[in-house]
Design a protein around this ligand. Structure first.
Ligand code: XMP
Length: 310
């Protein structure tokens, strides 16, 4: 694929669509939204406002890390604190689709709606990729970042038009593009992370306490497995409990599942055969998190399982 040609075409398309208007985009720090941010800034300069929305569902240290990386690239990013809004919207919800829906609505309607009114922007640049569209259309999952494909007209419902410059690419194509745009290696190699963030890593209700547990487990898994060449690795908090013995006392504690997969584009995935020693180390560290007394390794490929649990 000729990445330079693709870059020029997308820059032209963004310019032609936005004309002399204003556009907004949300940066999560993943490779998709990072590439869109750089393309958008090349196309529009300061007529693109990039925001990092703190949803309360992010990984440890994420807001600081993303703002620092983009500040080093000379791209200004504004931090928007929407933690309360997301936690309130997720309160009491346990059904996966309802949780995804709550994140979508809060993101696009509540938070973006407000930013659109405040800034007068009429366009939203979004990092949707082909796999997101295919899986959503196939009904495998409602991806949080798909609107038009599931029959929501963002212009009518939220007051802005969505531009998706990466919608013909898969993950490998986006990484190639990131390289062609000279993005830092840490962004190019960043493992995929779902739009609903840690809400997709909690089976059952999302609460601050449960987020704190899965956030700690995620940090351990990401640190321990960063040297593997795996496509993706993650930790999931189950909605079940199990009896364990902690400091000589019986405890009905929480269960974390660890998943580490190999894949080209997440349409299919196989499980990585991690060394026992590594698995034991991860298990020891995860069961040191307060309230967690079991750690499981998921051996299920995709299909029949999906990568995420909700
Ligand atoms: P599943 O769980 O469907 O995941 O096998 C396939 C790939 O997509 C990621 N994923 C998402 N990415 N928004 C995203 O941007 C989402 O809502 C979403 N859900 C899943 C997942 O991490 C995996 O890489």
């Amino acid at each position: 694929m000729d990445y330079q040609k693709f870059i020029e075409e997308q820059i032209d398309e963004i310019r032609n669509a936005v004309k002399d208007g204003l556009a907004l985009n949300a940066l999560s720090g993943g490779v998709d939204s990072s590439v869109v941010t750089v393309l958008g800034h090349r196309a529009l300069g300061n007529r693109l406002k990039t925001v990092f929305i703190d949803t309360a569902l992010m990984r440890e240290g994420e807001p600081e890390r993303v703002l620092r990386t983009f500040s080093n690239l000379g791209i200004p990013v504004e931090l928007v604190d929407a933690r309360r809004e997301f936690l309130d919207a997720l309160k009491g919800l346990t059904d996966p689709e309802e949780k995804r829906n709550a994140v979508t609505r809060t993101f696009y309607q509540t938070v973006f709606g407000r930013l659109v009114r405040q800034t007068g922007a009429r366009f939203l640049l979004h990092g949707t990729i082909l796999t997101d569209i295919e899986e959503t259309v196939a009904g495998i999952k409602r991806q949080h970042n798909i609107l038009a494909q599931i029959g929501i007209d963002p212009e009518k419902e939220y007051g802005y038009r969505v531009l998706e410059p990466l919608k013909t690419l898969r993950k490998d194509g986006v990484r190639g593009l990131a390289k062609a745009l000279n993005l830092p290696e840490e962004i190019i190699r960043r493992i995929p992370f779902p739009g609903p963030a840690l809400a997709a890593r909690i089976v059952g209700e999302v609460t601050e306490e449960r987020l704190s547990v899965v956030r700690k487990a995620t940090a351990i898994v990401e640190e321990e497995l960063q040297d593997t060449k795996a496509f993706q690795y993650l930790a999931v908090l189950l909605n079940d409990r199990a009896t364990g013995v902690v400091e000589g006392k019986r405890q009905f504690g929480q269960i974390i599942v660890v998943r580490c997969i190999q894949s080209v584009d997440a349409r299919e995935a196989t499980v990585v055969e991690l060394p026992w020693e590594k698995l034991h180390r991860i298990c020891r560290r995860i069961t040191s998190i307060e309230g967690v007394n079991r750690c499981l390794y998921d051996l299920t490929p995709k299909p029949p399982a999906t990568v995420e649990y909700i």
